[in-house]
Every structure is written in structure tokens, then in C-alpha cells.
Design a binder for this molecule. Structure first.
Ligand code: 5GP
Ligand code: ZN
Length: 118
């Protein structure tokens, strides 16, 4: 079972922001912005490239709900999904990074210093 499926099953603890029958949102363990949430479908899908449009419609609404809940809907935010090795996907369970809480830079993401991202 993949890491995020274990988080869904509560076998691995996470800091949950929102949950419903189909989706889960939790804080990224290594935040790259003041707000950094991961939104995932509860069904295992490897990546965005493998997801059905029917799941994406609910996911879109869920992501917007998270932005409102985190108070970043008015100030703006960024949604990223990494796909495969060249996309930099480390966890092979579809997830959307929701980043905000500061004016984000465009063009790179620093792994070493989160402050370099905004
Ligand atoms: P990717 O590089 O696959 O797009 O992003 C994976 C994300 O998952 C990374 O931002 C990483 O910090 C986060 N992550 C990895 N392991 C865990 C974990 O056990 N718990 C949480 N909350 N986030 C994790
Ligand atoms: Zn999974």
C-alpha cells in the first residue's frame, strides 16, 4: 500500500484539514510556503495522467473549499500536481499541492530553504 493510502487509512498520522467520502486534505510535512496543503482522492490513482475526469470534477470543488478554509481564496494561491519522474513526483498517489499565504515566486521551488519560494 502506498504512503498516501496509509495516510487515508490513518495507519500513518497526518495533520488533516478536511475530509469527505472521496477526498482528504492534510498539511505537507515539509511545507514550501506558509500554507502548503496536499489534496488527494481516497481512491488510489497513480498520477494526474491516470485520473478520470469524473474524479477531477469533485477534486476541483474540494480544492476550492480548502482554499476558503485556509483563508487564501481572496489573496490567491497556486495548485500544482507533479507527474512522473521528470515532473518531480515522489509519491505515486495523485496529489495536488495547494500553496499560498505569501506572494509566491514563479520559476523554481527550493527544497533547501522554503523562504526562497516566496
Ligand atoms: P511530490 O514531490 O510527490 O509532488 O510531493 C510529495 C509531497 O509529499 C512532498 O511535498 C512531501 O513533503 C510530502 N510528504 C512526503 N511524505 C509525507 C508524509 O508522510 N506526510 C505528509 N504530511 N507529507 C508528506
Ligand atoms: Zn495510494
Amino acid at each position: 500500500m502506498c504512503l498516501f493510502c496509509k495516510i487515508i487509512n490513518k495507519e500513518i498520522p497526518s495533520n488533516i484539514v478536511a475530509e469527505n467520502d472521496d477526498f482528504l486534505a492534510f498539511h505537507d510535512i515539509n511545507p514550501k510556503a506558509p500554507v502548503h496543503i496536499l489534496a488527494i482522492p481516497k481512491i488510489h490513482v497513480d498520477s494526474f495522467h491516470d485520473v478520470d475526469a469524473s474524479i477531477m470534477s469533485g477534486m476541483t470543488e474540494f480544492i476550492k473549499e480548502i482554499a476558503v478554509k485556509m483563508g487564501i481564496d481572496n489573496t490567491g494561491y497556486r495548485v500544482i500536481t507533479n507527474i512522473g519522474d521528470d515532473g518531480g513526483q515522489e509519491v505515486k498517489h495523485l496529489h495536488f499541492h495547494i500553496l499560498g499565504g505569501a506572494k509566491l515566486k514563479w520559476g523554481h521551488f527550493s527544497d533547501s530553504n522554503p523562504k526562497d519560494n516566496f
